[in-house]
Every structure is written in C-alpha cells, then in structure tokens.
Design a protein around this ligand. Structure first.
Ligand code: PLP
Length: 455
C-alpha cells in the first residue's frame, strides 16, 4: 500500500474507528495504529508489509490458520446462492447441516443447536434458556446463576453479570447488573489458598459451589456456568475431579450445568471440546470462536434433549437474533470443521501443543521472572512474577503488560499480555513455527527483564 494511503488510513482509523477494549480507541503507539491486510497460515501482514506471527490465532479464533481460500470460496458460493433468509421463520441447508454436524460431534445427550453470531450472543441465549427451562417445567423460582471469579462470559449484560473477571470494575461502570448472579472462587492452580496443592484446592472450589447452592437454596438456582479451562482466569486447567464434582452437584440439585466453550471448544485444547478432558457432559454448551475460525461471525448453543424438549408447544423460546442460523456463516463453519477433521487438527493440537508446552517450560529455566507456565493443547499462559518464591506480581508501575506486548511485537510476535502472557497459535502451527514463536518470546522476556533491571 502506498505510504500516503497508509497515513490516510491510520488517521481515519484513529479518528473514526474503535478498537474494542483498547485504550484511546486503539493501539496508537509510536508506529501508529497496527492495521493488518492479509494473512497466511500463522502469519499476518500489515499495510507496511511487516510480517507478524499470530501467536493468538487472532483472539483464540483462527484455528485452521489464515488464508484458507476454500473457506472463502464456501462463503462466496453461499452468498451468491442465498445470503439471508428470515431467522424467525425459516432454515437453510447450511444452517441445518451445521447444526447436524455440531450435534454429531457433541456427545449425547447434546443434540439441538441454536445458531447465533458470536460468543456473547451464545452465552446470553444459554442463560435465557436456563431460566426459561425452569419456567417451562413449572419450577418458576429458579433463576440464580452461579459462576466463578476470574471468568469471562462476554460483554452483553448477562455475560457481564456472570463474568468474574474484574467484576468490581463491571459493577462500577455498568451497575446494576443482573440480579441473582453469585460468584465463587475459581480453581486457580498457581495461586491456591492455605497452601493447598492444586488438586486439593480445586476440590475445595468445587465444594464451594455446592455450599453456595445450599446457602442460596437449591430451589432458587437455575444454572452453574463456567469455562472448563478458563483462559480469562489465566488459563486455569483444573484437576479432573473438579468438573466431576461440579457435574455431580448440579445433577443432585437439579441445576443445569452450562459449559462455556466459546474459547476452548473446537479443538483448541487437544480435544474437540475441553469438557472431554474431564469425562463430563454439560446440559448446555456455548461455542463460537473456533466454529468458523473467524472467517465469519458465528456462535452456537448446543443443548441436551431434555432441555430442548421443554421448549415444545407453547413454550416458544422468547429469544432470537436477526442473524441467527445465518447461511453464509454456517457455510463457513461447515467448511472449517471439514478442514479440522480432514487435516486432523484436533490431534495436532494435542501433539504440537505438548511440544509447545515443553518449549515454554524450557523458558522458565532461563528467565527468573517466569513464575508459572500452564495450559493444555494449543493454549498456554506464562505468568511473570517479580519474585518466584512469594509469587509476587510485578507492580503496576513496571507496566509489564504494555512493555512485554511491545517487546513481543518488536520480535514480530503478536501475543495478548494481561496478567499473564497468553499463547494460542493456530492449530496448523508446525514445530518450526512453535520454535520461531518460543524463541521470540524468550528474547522478549529477556529484554523486558533487562529493561526493568531485573538481572
Ligand atoms: C469464554 C468466553 N465466553 C464468551 C465470550 C464472548 O465472546 P464474543 O467476544 O464472541 O462475544 C468469550 C470471548 O472471549 C469467551 O472467552
């Protein structure tokens, strides 16, 4: 792109566009706004021609990698044939086929699929479904939702109300949030309480859910919602028993278990669904990012037979979206899942992911600021600390997250740095790609340590 056009585009972006959840509407550092224009595999290219390794798959989204022309063709073919039909009256072939496909890959009794256009919409629909389910079956006092501190369930008001990530900030800025949302401790494996080991702490956290249910009164609780592996809480992979206990508690008290797989579903953790690591099946599962790998906006709520059947007759689900069951997004999803299966990318996520964790753990031997490396499959977190022994985080003045993000970008790597460094490359990443990424992460952490005089 000619330099004059680049400048004009940056100026227009800074003036009119809005980068979500970013300071000053966008990341307008010394280089101006970063604007990408193309991608291939794990690489993104910006308008200046600079290549950046997409170590985040965008935002845990682009599982099959960038530049898949066959998905673009599926989108184009469908848009040419039929771009839209009323979601409130009709279905289309791709929407039916995608619903069928998701129901087939999900374990029984999950069988009916509500298609929407993103994660927040999926969570919102799941919460509404849980509340209306109890209306449908005549248990009208059940409306409370239990979630975990540190969790993220999207930016709609239901999602905000059950999100535990910086919940006090959400309360301050958007209050009042939904009534009846109760949060309990999440099973953090690095920062446990009372010196418990991660397994014992996970069991305590699972039991805490039952205590909250008993405290509130089981007849007032509709659902427990959680991410099987919570990225927002810093990629927490709880002990297997955690979800088994939570599943059992929900079943015993007649409460629905909603597992939010918006981020970790569709192969990210080395299994198609993260809950498969735990030998449990939820009543409702939300999906989004990996369904179409970002080639089109799409989300889904996959629902058990029992829950779905309660919506028969007059109990129409009073919830719907204009872009629900969208044919073009569904065509993208179908082709994306075909690629996931044909190229065995879920298996690749497990094996390349294991290699990635080995390499990331190797960094912890070298850099003193690395307190913990954790994750599963192609999702990881690196937690940096000012002191390993006491696990003390860096003070705000160290500007860890901005500095590290800049160091990483200088190395040509995009990763999200919040309280931890998030790592989630496309599932198509090769060992060489992982080496390139991990070597760059090492150099960036080394520079960060030097910059703050850590050595
Ligand atoms: C677990 C989880 N749920 C819901 C959402 C919201 O999805 P979206 O941003 O597509 O609305 C996210 C987004 O990151 C998520 O990670």
């Amino acid at each position: 792109m000619p330099a004059s056009l680049q400048e004009e585009l940056v100026a227009a972006g800074l003036k009119h566009a809005w980068v979500h959840q970013a300071p000053r509407f966008g990341r307008a550092g010394e280089d101006g706004l970063v604007i990408f224009e193309s991608g291939k595999g794990c690489l993104l290219t910006d308008i200046t021609g600079r290549e950046v390794f997409d170590g985040m798959s965008g935002a845990w989204v682009v599982n099959v990698g960038h530049g898949r022309t066959e998905i673009a063709d599926a989108i184009g073919d469908q848009a040419r044939r039929l771009a839209y039909a009323s979601a409130f009256n009709f279905l289309t072939e791709p929407a039916i086929r995608l619903a069928e496909k998701l129901a087939l890959i999900a374990p029984e009794p999950l069988e009916r699929v509500f298609l929407c256009s993103g994660g927040a919409e999926a969570v919102e629909a799941a919460l509404a479904m849980a509340r209306q389910y109890y209306f449908n079956i005549g248990q009208r006092g059940r409306y409370k939702i239990i979630s975990r501190r540190g969790s993220y369930h999207g930016s709609a008001f239901g999602g905000k109300s059950v999100s535990g990530l910086r919940h006090n900030l959400l309360q301050q800025r958007f209050a009042p949030l939904l009534e009846g949302c109760i949060q309990v401790a999440g099973p953090n494996t690095y920062r446990t309480e009372d010196d418990l080991d991660p397994r014992a702490y996970a069991i305590r956290c699972a039991r805490e859910i039952e205590r909250a249910i008993l405290h509130e009164g089981p007849d007032s609780v509709a659902a427990v919602i959680g991410e099987p592996i919570s990225a927002s809480a810093g990629v927490q992979v709880p002990d297997r028993e955690y979800w088994q206990i939570v599943r059992d508690v929900c079943t015993r008290h007649g409460i629905l278990l909603i597992l939010d797989e918006v981020l970790v579903g569709m192969g990210r953790t080395g299994k198609m669904f993260a809950f498969e690591h735990y030998g449990v099946v939820p009543d409702i599962v939300t999906l989004s990012k990996g369904i179409a790998s970002g080639y089109a906006p799409i989300g889904a709520v996959v629902v058990s037979k029992t829950v779905a059947e309660s919506f028969a007759g007059d109990n129409v689900f009073s919830h719907g979206y204009t872009y629900g069951s969208h044919p073009v997004a569904s065509a993208a999803g179908l082709r994306n899942i075909e690629i996931l299966e044909r190229e065995e990318l879920v298996g690749a996520s497990a094996t390349t992911g294991a290699y990635m964790h080995e390499r990331l753990n190797g960094l912890a031997q070298r850099y003193r600021s690395i307190g913990d490396v954790r994750g599963l499959g192609m999702i990881a977190a690196i937690e940096l600390v000012a002191d390993r022994g006491s696990k003390t985080p860096f003070p705000v003045e160290a500007k860890m997250s901005q500095r590290l993000a800049d160091c990483l970008l200088d190395e040509g790597i995009f990763l999200r740095v919040w309280d931890v460094i998030h790592v989630a490359p496309p599932l198509v990443a090769t060992r060489e790609d992982i080496d390139r990424m991990v070597d760059g992460i090492g150099r960036a952490i080394g520079r960060f340590e030097r910059d703050i005089g850590f050595n």
